[in-house]
Design a protein around this ligand. Structure first.
Ligand SMILES: *[C@@H]1O[C@H](CO)[C@@H](O)[C@H](O)[C@H]1NC(C)=O
Ligand SMILES: *[C@@H]1O[C@H](CO)[C@@H](O)[C@H](O)[C@H]1NC(C)=O
Ligand SMILES: *[C@@H]1O[C@H](CO)[C@@H](O)[C@H](O)[C@H]1NC(C)=O
Ligand SMILES: *[C@@H]1O[C@H](CO)[C@@H](O)[C@H](O)[C@H]1NC(C)=O
Ligand SMILES: *[C@@H]1O[C@H](CO)[C@@H](O)[C@H](O)[C@H]1NC(C)=O
Ligand SMILES: *[C@@H]1O[C@H](CO)[C@@H](O)[C@H](O)[C@H]1NC(C)=O
Ligand SMILES: *[C@@H]1O[C@H](CO)[C@@H](O)[C@H](O)[C@H]1NC(C)=O
Ligand SMILES: *[C@@H]1O[C@H](CO)[C@@H](O)[C@H](O)[C@H]1NC(C)=O
Ligand SMILES: *[C@@H]1O[C@H](CO)[C@@H](O)[C@H](O)[C@H]1NC(C)=O
Length: 796
């Protein structure tokens, strides 16, 4: 066979550099990089093949990655070190070894995700993953500049040492690697301690574990926490004595790791090295022995969340359980707080008219030691029960020691099951009747889902949204009429808007040929016009006769107000035309159409995009309500009035024209009630119109954005589903908000956020405008700056 020399040469080049090297590569040289989600998670493998370094996908989310080290030979991924727990790397993110900064992790759009805090001013030459599971950055003289062993996360491995002030920090949950609530710290005085911290300040609560290795007459203080090569884990004292944390095990046949678990328990685990694929990690010892009773923390909830009860498992790990009548605040976080499924309060009790509202659930050997309000002694159990029943502030009473009664108030903290309570009883007050689940019945307003819904159904079927437009027009008509007599300023408006001639706009729109849409005030046409150097697309709104008749001299004032608004989530007014009977407004053209066409489509837009759009609309409304020189109430927020620009940014349109309604104005009752379109009930009642009407409409819109369906859907299979706000509220109270988004996987995976958005929306559509939040508050809730409380009962 005739060998081509070039071919041979390629083989020779290929062998060391790609084919072989790729299998066993342990070292990275400066300049090399690795991309998340490129098929192979492993960047380098330690020479023995025990450990791997690269990008692990986060559980349940294949688009988010963790730069991490894990056991390469264990089928179940066990991560021992991670870089960017608080900042998961999106697919396409890249980690690169650089001389000046060591490893640098950047997202595909260039954002910094993580880098080592300091490499001590050296110049990195090499990164190597060794057989201990330690990833080391070295300079050209093989001096170590930075290593993962010195920046531990929640895990220590054999050969790893924790110096004074060194700490382990738990992750949030088994699958969530962001910073969690617990820390293990070797204090400067040599004491090894564990405590919970309050995020985000990291304020440390009292210790629930202390080794006690401090200076005393008989012993010298601790100096290092050592996990030695052969598997012993001990505190080394200054006089070289050791304080063992547990049994010494062999590291020759087992993988060992000591982990500060997300629930605050520090555990040594082992796993056989020779693997049939069915082995698991087994726990050898843990500290503290009983974390449920070890933690007693006045500034925190305890191991479990508030109102929860901690039970210790056989593996010394806690589980948390809500008492009867309570359920998890965040169903995805079983270790979190519990909320009562009923409303209890002094006012509520009084309104519900008194006795027999509650019953007492009894749990034995359960206590919440730190939430005392009153201690009564001596007291019989019967007296204790009665005292709590009659006290509207009492949530739980603990009856113990045969004669002692502690009344407790919410939130209950440090809840635990503890056999040393010697049969002490927790008497938990739970509301009896779920029909009063949400407290007193609302004042009789309108009964829904009965005749009114039918009337509405009929009207909508007949008139569709024309009904709402009609109502709307009649209001505008009345108002404009009144306003006309009030205040007419003839002063000319000076704006830097462009004033177009009718002819110009007629030509720009090709004789008003291409219709973009119809709003409450007129028809919108697409046009092209020369502004500056190049032609741009515009949207020309030709006001209809109905509006024209009423506007007259206000027109220029309107235009002025509108032109003074400038916000990235509003459609910008470019100019206007007023010529004879014609009045036209010229706006930026929005290439991606209306939110309605985006939402009510066969393909749902992504959950992220939908959330962003909701946020942008809210921001635009805050600007209209609070930040522009003249307050503007939009009065007609709906998906048809939200436009999308080239980048799918939400831009509110059609604002300003209804601004005339911005006065405290009483209206007569039109006799139409209970429609739950986008229109707040104030419109139909003798109530002033405030910015809260927009908040209502925003709430409806938010539900539409969440569910990708219209606020009124007469084609829904059943009547309950027809009115979105009712439907959403029902599902929310029944705790099945998943049904609102049907097969929307993205939203389902983000359930906490989903629930939050639904709650915000429900707050916005409260019938009583004073209960609705302001748009600023809505933005704060969306941002997570403001807490979202549980919405009140549905009133209509
Ligand atoms: C991934 O890369 C590692 C090392 O670079 C290699 O050992 C392994 O075989 C690769 N896995 C796959 C599935 O390609
Ligand atoms: C990788 O780096 C380590 C530590 O500097 C060194 O001992 C080893 O020889 C290097 N291996 C290769 C293949 O370059
Ligand atoms: C330790 O020293 C203190 C004060 O120096 C003394 O009071 C105490 O009795 C000593 N304890 C022991 C066990 O020697
Ligand atoms: C680790 O510690 C144990 C117990 O102190 C000791 O027996 C063993 O020799 C130590 N191993 C090494 C490698 O230092
Ligand atoms: C402790 O051991 C180290 C290393 O073995 C030694 O250098 C040191 O002098 C010892 N210290 C004491 C107080 O014995
Ligand atoms: C484990 O090793 C430590 C450190 O040398 C020693 O003090 C302790 O007694 C050993 N424990 C057991 C159970 O062998
Ligand atoms: C694991 O597999 C091995 C080999 O098939 C078997 O001998 C062993 O009993 C299995 N262990 C368990 C816990 O199933
Ligand atoms: C792998 O992990 C899952 C989930 O933690 C667990 O249920 C399973 O038993 C583990 N399998 C092995 C072989 O460790
Ligand atoms: C009240 O709610 C609880 C929990 O959802 C349920 O188990 C119970 O059956 C309900 N009771 C009544 C009377 O509906």
């Amino acid at each position: 066979m005739d060998h081509n020399p070039l071919f041979l040469c390629l083989i020779i080049l290929c062998l060391p550099s790609v084919c072989v090297f790729a299998q066993t590569k342990s070292n990275i040289t400066v300049g090399e990089s690795f991309t998340a989600g490129d098929g192979n998670s492993t960047w380098v493998i330690s020479p023995s093949g025990d450990f791997a370094f690269g990008f692990q996908p986060l559980a349940g989310n294949n688009d988010q990655f963790l730069l991490s080290i894990w056991y390469a030979k264990i089928p179940n991924t066990t991560i021992v070190w991670y870089a960017n727990g608080d900042n998961p790397a999106p697919k396409g993110s890249k980690v690169q070894l650089t001389a000046a900064q060591g490893l640098v992790l950047t997202s595909s759009n260039g954002g910094d995700l993580w880098k080592p805090d300091s490499i001590g001013g050296g110049t990195v030459a090499l990164g190597a993953l060794n057989d201990l599971g330690n990833f080391v950055l070295e300079d050209s003289t093989s001096k170590s500049l930075w290593e993962t062993f010195k920046k531990p996360r929640d895990t220590m491995l054999p050969s790893q040492i924790l110096e004074k002030a060194g700490k382990l920090s738990s992750r949030r949950s088994e699958a969530d690697f962001s910073q969690g609530r617990f820390q293990l710290l070797l204090q400067d005085d040599g004491n090894l301690v564990m405590h919970s911290i309050n995020l985000p300040s990291e304020y440390a609560n009292e210790n629930y574990y202390e080794s006690g290795t401090v200076e005393s007459n008989t012993s010298s203080p601790g100096f290092q926490l050592v996990f030695n090569k052969s598997g012993a884990l001990y505190i080394l004292r200054e006089n070289n004595e050791t304080y063992s944390l547990g049994i010494n095990v062999s590291s020759s046949q087992f993988y060992l790791r000591a982990v500060l678990n997300f629930d605050g328990v520090f555990t040594l685990y082992q796993h056989p090295k020779t693997s049939f694929g069915n082995e698991t990690w087994t726990s050898l010892w843990s500290h503290p022995d009983d974390i449920c009773t070890a933690t007693l923390v006045s500034t925190d909830s305890g191991v479990c969340g508030y109102n929860s009860i901690c039970y210790l498992g056989d593996d010394s790990r806690p589980t948390c359980q809500c008492p009867t009548g309570y359920s998890l605040l965040d169903p995805k976080d079983p270790y979190g707080s519990c909320k009562p499924d009923f409303i209890q309060g002094c006012k509520e009790d009084e309104l519900s008219g008194g006795n027999d509202l509650y019953e007492l659930e009894v749990l034995t050997n359960v206590d919440w030691p730190l939430a005392d309000s009153v201690l009564q002694r001596p007291f019989t159990e019967q007296q204790c029960r009665q005292a709590c029943m009659e006290d509207c502030m009492c949530s739980v009473a603990i009856f113990r020691l045969g004669d002692s009664c502690w009344k407790k108030k919410w939130p209950l903290s440090n809840g635990r099951f503890d056999t040393s309570l010697d049969g002490g009883k927790a008497l938990i007050k739970v509301r009896k009747d779920n029909s009063t689940l949400f407290g007193p019945p609302a004042p009789p307003i309108i009964k829904r889902k009965n005749q009114d819904t039918l009337v509405l159904v009929g009207s909508v079927l007949l008139g569709g949204s024309a009904l709402i437009n009609l109502i709307f027009f009649s209001f505008i008509y009345q108002l404009l009429k009144k306003l006309k007599n009030v205040n007419q300023s003839d002063s000319d408006v000076k704006t830097n808007l462009r004033c177009f001639t009718y002819k110009e706009l007629e030509e720009a729109t090709n004789g008003f040929k291409e219709e973009l849409g119809r709003g409450a005030f007129g028809v919108v046409y697409k046009g092209t016009i020369n502004m500056g150097l190049s032609p741009i697309h515009i949207a020309v709104k030709r006001l209809n006769n109905f509006v024209l008749k009423e506007i007259e001299k206000e027109f220029k004032n309107e235009v002025k107000v509108i032109s003074q608004t400038y916000h990235k989530n509003l459609v910008r007014l470019l100019g206007f035309c007023e010529e004879g009977a014609e009045k036209l407004l010229v706006y930026e053209y929005m290439s991606n159409g209306t939110l309605a066409s985006l939402l009510f489509n066969d393909v749902k837009p992504s959950w992220n995009l939908r959330q962003r759009i909701a946020f942008e609309i809210a921001r635009g409304l805050v600007y209209l309500h609070e930040d522009c020189s003249t307050q503007i109430i939009h009065c007609d927020i709906k998906p048809q009035n939200i436009l999308l620009d080239d980048c799918f940014n939400a831009r509110i349109s059609d604002f300003g024209l209804a601004k005339l309604l911005n006065i405290n104005q009483s209206r007569t009752n039109t006799g139409i009630r209970g429609t739950k379109g986008y229109v707040a009930l104030e419109w139909f009642k003798n109530m002033p119109i405030t910015t809260k009407v927009d908040v209502y409409s925003f709430g409806v819109l938010l539900l539409e954005i969440i569910c990708c369906r219209r606020s009124v859907d007469m084609e829904a299979e059943n009547e309950e589903k027809a009115i979105l706000t009712d439907w959403a509220y029902d599902y929310y109270t029944e705790g099945c908000i998943e049904a609102l988004v049907e097969q929307d996987e993205e939203a389902l995976e983000d359930k906490k956020k989903l629930e939050k958005l639904v709650m915000i929306a429900i707050w916005c559509v409260q019938e009583d405008p004073t209960l609705r939040p302001t748009m600023r508050k809505v933005v704060q809730m969306l941002e997570g700056v403001s807490e979202v409380f549980y919405p009140p009962p549905e009133s209509p």
